[in-house]
Design a protein around this ligand. Structure first.
Ligand code: ZN
Length: 141
């Protein structure tokens, strides 16, 4: 796995340089301070194929044996084209749990679709982790 060159906008849509945005979390130098920041960094990891980061930021209780393969397959078959954070609930630096509702637009087999999910996040060993999510049926067109 190698990450793209620096000095480019972060894939999470923040309009901040990758190095100053999710790159800090992917590189392991900093932990995402909020559930939303973790959500954004996981989306960017999906875009870039940072599979190990996706595994590391999944809550240990939820790391299924085939999770790495599942992430790899998603990366190889889906092209993510946009992220919209719809709403957040808790998930601040002083919370232990948090929720993020988001819409992620993707291309698969020439079709544009939207992955609309309510995700739950939980602090583990001081860092935010993705716990699970409920997918809401929604698509474009
Ligand atoms: Zn970012």
């Amino acid at each position: 796995m190698s990450l793209p060159a620096t000095q480019s906008a972060c894939p999470c849509g923040s309009e901040t340089d990758y190095d100053l945005c999710c790159g800090r979390y992917h590189g392991g130098t900093e932990k995402a301070p909020t559930a939303e920041a973790l959500m954004r960094s996981r989306y960017a990891a999906y875009v870039m194929g940072a599979i190990d980061y996706l595994l590391q930021t999944t809550h240990p209780d939820k790391r299924a044996k085939d999770l790495k393969v599942a992430y790899q397959t998603t990366y190889e078959t889906i092209q993510w084209v946009g992220l919209e954070i719809v709403s957040t609930f808790q998930g601040t630096p002083s919370d232990k749990t948090g929720k993020v509702e988001f819409k992620a637009t993707y291309l698969q087999g020439g079709q544009t679709s939207v992955h609309h999910e309510h995700s739950r996040f939980k602090r583990h060993a001081g860092a935010w982790h993705y716990l699970d999510g409920v997918i809401t049926d929604s698509s474009i067109g």
